[in-house]
Design a protein around this ligand. Structure first.
Ligand code: PHE
Length: 355
């Protein structure tokens, strides 16, 4: 008969040395497999003497129990240490700062168009659009601009090279014509968009933005125009007291016509709107010329109204203290980072508009 205690201590030390799942599997087979040590010992029982059999079987059984228990413990430890390892590696540190990622910015021109649109929609204006490429009829003739008017000159207007008729619109006023031709009065619309002129310096760019306004109804007079513009300037610049000046002017499509200046001063290097003795032109306006109404089949004896055209880029420069217009269109990402608006963090003043 083999030395049972020797076998027992061999088995136990094998189990003790198990240190990973792989060695666990192979040791388990070595002990309990088909030809495993304990399996073989069980097979031996039958060949033993009656006198030895009982004692051997009971020792073998308790060895089997012990080895099984120890193996199970090992397995549990593996599970536990794997869980601990996972917990350690997958721990989320909520105090870590979030990953920064690049967010786009809203261009000041888009921002101002949104603000202005929101202000005018509060008082009943709806939004219209027109094409950037216009023809002479919509841009000039229908707007009562004579053939020999200087604005029609090649030096002022970009004509498309393959056409005598097509041009890049020089103002948003053709949208007045398009709007009035497609339906019946009353009209109360604004039309923001790109406009083009042969011009480039610190305050002029060959492409710039305007917002057209048109209000036609029965009994609309210049008082309505004034009230509307005062309301707009106060809301846009967020000032209670505004100084506005209506300067007599001339546009072929309005009569009388005016240009509107806004009073401002420079305080601590910043523009302050509504005070001081400096003036800045922000828009052109007037009562729509009867000939324009006739051109679009609206009876000027029944309907009249006002129109205005605001320089959007000018407004953005004034409100947000930007002094070179050309930078607006250079697509410098650093400029946009600085002057642009966070899409998720709309400035409080803008939020305040809808009250
Ligand atoms: N279209 C004119 C301009 O571009 C502005 C304007 C619009 C004037 C509507 C009167 C009425 O200068």
């Amino acid at each position: 008969m083999e030395n049972f205690s020797q076998i027992e201590s061999d088995i136990l030390s094998k189990i003790k040395n198990i240190n990973d799942r792989k060695s666990y599997e192979s040791i388990k087979t070595e002990i309990f497999g088909k030809k495993g040590i304990i399996t073989e010992l069980f097979k031996k029982i039958g060949s033993l003497d009656q006198s030895q059999r009982k004692d051997f079987a009971s020792k073998l059984n308790s060895l089997k129990t012990k080895a099984t228990e120890l193996l199970e413990n090992k397995l549990e430890n593996f599970d536990q240490s794997e869980i601990n390892k996972k917990l350690k590696n997958e721990k989320i540190d909520v105090t870590l700062p979030g990953r920064t990622y690049f967010t786009g910015k809203i261009h000041p021109v888009s921002q101002v168009i949104d603000e202005v649109t929101s202000i005018f929609s509060e008082i009943g204006f709806s939004v219209e659009e027109g094409p950037d490429v216009e023809n002479e009829y919509y841009n000039f003739s229908a707007l009562n601009t004579p053939e020999n008017h200087p604005a029609r000159d090649m030096h002022d207007t970009f004509y498309l090279s393959n056409s005598k008729d097509l041009l890049l619109r020089t103002h948003t006023s053709p949208v007045q014509i398009r709007t009035m031709l497609k339906s019946k009065p009353p009209f109360k619309i604004i039309a923001p968009g790109r406009t083009y002129r042969h011009d480039s310096d610190q305050t002029h760019s060959p492409m710039f933005h305007q917002l057209e306004g048109l209000h036609i109804d029965k009994n609309i007079n210049m008082g309505h125009l004034k009230g509307c513009l005062y309301y707009f300037v106060k809301k846009f610049f967020e000032v209670e007291k505004v100084k506005i000046r209506f300067r007599p002017s001339h546009f072929p499509f309005t009569e009388p016509s005016a240009e509107v200046d806004i009073g401002y001063k420079i305080q601590d290097g910043k523009i302050k709107i509504g005070e001081g003795d400096k003036w800045l032109e922000i828009l052109g306006c007037g009562m729509v010329h009867p000939q324009v109404l006739k051109n679009v089949k609206v009876n000027p004896k029944q309907y009249q109204g006002y129109a205005f055209g605001v320089g959007i880029d000018r407004l953005a420069m004034l409100k947000y203290g930007i002094n070179d217009l050309r930078a607006f269109f250079e697509s410098d990402i650093r400029w946009l980072e600085f002057y642009g608006f966070d899409p998720l963090d709309v400035p409080t003043n803008y939020r305040g508009l809808s009250r």
